[in-house]
Design a protein. Sequence first.
Lengths: 115, 111
Amino acid sequence: GAGVSQSPSNKVTEKGKDVELRCDPISGHTALYWYRQRLGQGLEFLIYFQGNSAPDKSGLPSDRFSAERTGESVSTLTIQRTQQEDSAVYLCASSPYRVVGTEAFFGQGTRLTVV
Amino acid sequence: EDQVTQSPEALRLQEGESSSLNCSYTVSGLRGLFWYRQDPGKGPEFLFTLYSAGEEKEKERLKATLTKKESFLHITAPKPEDSATYLCAPFLSGNTGKLIFGQGTTLQVKP
């Protein structure tokens, strides 16, 4: 079956430009996560959406980062005025979240390179 | 502040040489823990969910165990295809589904 889809798979952008990263979760999954993974590092939590509840934005590193989700479908992560330190793989995950402890399924990520 | 620490950061084993990976955490309201595997260039892949102290789960050469303060991933007679980064993420009771991952243990199994 279809998994979590992220696009683009790779993005090279110039410093100072804005970028939009897209995540299509598994159909029916109410929870959606964004993580950042710098080269050789662990997963850094960015933002979490759950149904119609207010998103948990506590991981967004600065006001240059924002994310939206339309209902229980696609999500976009926007980075404004990109900096070189934004270079990383951005991972999206979704979960049906029927009960606490329902696992999340990850996409393959978008590799962002800021030059 | 919730913290998750995995050790060792890196582990090199010979094929067939068993070992254990550790995940320790200080979180409020622990409900359980996930283990994931991540191959280079790919997103993490779910392995196990553990809910209670004393619980064990097995999958092929992997066995995960849970205590109140830490979890272990035991690898028995590993093969080169077990080489990957292993990540743990405790999850909390209540309505929050937010997951904080450890930094991972990168395992290399040499033939």
